[in-house]
Write a protein that binds this ligand. Structure first.
Ligand SMILES: [Zn+2]
Length: 459
């Protein structure tokens, strides 16, 4: 008796496996929470007698997308500081973020995760680094939101301990004490981290950036992460202002600063990495340090274009990130796949990145950044059933012979079906796990509440 419980058939399939296997019309079998078969043509009849059959005609199946950089709380502060550089934008927003409470965090996290799921994202990280005193456990709140929406979640215990009075960028009111941060980080690992193959929740540690964190915290966070076998994440080389800050304060460039602190390695992935020199790209490849490329956010803040093709060529994993929605008012991941391709070509010409290369960034490369390449990121028997099914027979995509080109180069649209761990999270382009209209209302209410709190503080 076959244990197959779900079969998707009659769709084009791009597996993103190591051999680049694709099927023009194939099938995918799901048994439990794992993929049990992928192949050409219809599923073998005997194998699927009892299974739910999904007709994928006019669709392309890809691995679920993996989001490698985000700040979910920022969904409640969209549309502000619209013409600002990164540092100007941060200085305007830090005091507002200091007012985030559990209620606002929950509404923003659910909204951000819902938008990600509707854009085909089955796994997301979150980089949360603002922990105001006395407002409850914001990490726990966003973990609840991820359970509600049903996506695989890799939240990070972020932190800032370098306030303005010590030469940092953030006001002293939003930074924490180093010992408190390390204790809270270890507590988060104890409470939430699940290292199992099927894990829906893994914790990583993520001090915020060179201009908001002391070198001591960077070193001690790395020591703690390695002792507890969790991954490390931070922002790096996002802007020229950051480069100048590092040269002035530490006497070295951002990559040298991180390398001196033991922060290059295969258990580390770094957001942005826009301003890298050739030799630095080589060191990323040699050490297998991951990069979370965030093209929309980099464009919104005018930060520049990361050397994605060079990094991939050097052997570094390069995943994609939507980044916080305060610097990318659109938090849909499929859009970043398209923009990664377009930006790479703006920088290096039309051969810089193919449509399939861009899809690899959003899937298997993202899985490598999060240390999950054995479990997710490609459609292969034995891997977890995180599957995105995209309609490509509509006005925006019909008539393009290559289905991968239709998806990546064509206009973004919601995913038709998203399975996470074998369970439908999106069906017929609608969220199945939560009510999108209610999420939208809550988000609007939470954003208004935060704006009012901020006005009151100013007045
Ligand atoms: Zn960020």
């Amino acid at each position: 008796m076959s244990g197959t419980r779900l079969v998707i058939e009659n769709c084009a399939i791009v597996t993103v496996d190591g051999q680049g296997t694709e099927y023009s019309s194939g099938h995918i079998l799901v048994e439990g929470n794992r993929i049990s078969g992928v192949g050409e043509g219809c599923a073998p009849p005997g194998a699927v007698a009892e299974a739910r059959r999904i007709d994928g005609s006019g669709c392309l199946a890809t691995p679920g997308l993996v989001n490698c950089h985000h700040h979910l709380y920022q969904w409640a502060t969209r549309g502000l500081a619209q013409q600002a550089t990164l540092f100007e934008w941060l200085i305007e927003l830090y005091p507002i973020w200091a007012l985030v409470d559990e209620d606002i965090e929950h509404a923003a996290a659910r909204a951000g995760l819902a938008a990600l799921a509707r854009s085909g994202c089955s796994t997301s990280m979150d980089h949360h680094y603002v922990f105001p005193r006395g407002v409850g456990d914001l990490l726990e709140v966003e973990i609840e939101a991820a359970r509600d929406v049903g996506v695989r979640f890799h939240p990070t215990r972020g932190s800032m301990d370098l306030g303005e009075s010590s030469g940092g960028l953030p006001p002293d009111s939003v930074v924490e004490d180093r010992d408190e941060i390390l204790a809270a980080s270890e507590a988060a690992i104890d409470r939430f981290h699940d290292p199992s193959f099927d894990s829906m929740l893994r914790i990583a540690l993520a001090p915020c950036s060179p201009f908001s964190v002391t070198p001591e915290l960077m070193s001690e966070a790395a020591e703690l992460a390695r002792r507890r076998n969790v991954r490390l994440h931070t922002h790096l080389a996002e802007t020229k202002d950051e480069e100048e800050f590092c040269l002035e304060k530490f006497g070295v460039r951002p990559v040298d600063y991180l390398e001196d602190l033991g922060w290059l390695g295969k258990d580390v992935w770094l957001a942005h990495c826009v301003h890298l020199e050739t030799d630095e790209v080589r060191r990323f490849g040699e050490t297998k340090t991951g990069v979370a490329h965030c093209p929309s956010s980099n464009a919104r803040l005018g930060a520049g274009i990361a050397p994605v093709a060079a990094l991939v060529g050097a052997g570094a994993p390069v995943g994609l990130g939507v980044d916080g929605a305060a610097s990318n008012e659109a938090g849909e991941l499929e859009q970043e796949v398209r923009e990664a391709l377009l930006f790479a070509r703006l920088a290096n010409g039309p051969k810089a990145l193919t449509a399939r290369d861009a899809l690899e960034l959003g899937t298997i490369h993202g899985a490598r950044c999060l240390g999950r390449e054995e479990e997710i990121g490609s459609l292969e028997p034995g891997k977890l059933a995180d599957i995105a099914l995209w309609s490509i027979a509509d006005l925006g995509h019909a008539g393009v012979e290559d289905p991968v080109a239709a998806l990546v180069l064509g206009p973004p649209r919601p995913v038709n079906l998203l399975l996470v761990n074998g369970e439908p999270v999106v069906e017929n382009e609608e969220l199945r796990t939560a009510d999108e209209r209610e999420i939208t209302r809550e988000l609007a209410r939470a954003s208004e509440k935060l704006a009012n709190k901020s006005e009151k503080l100013k007045g």
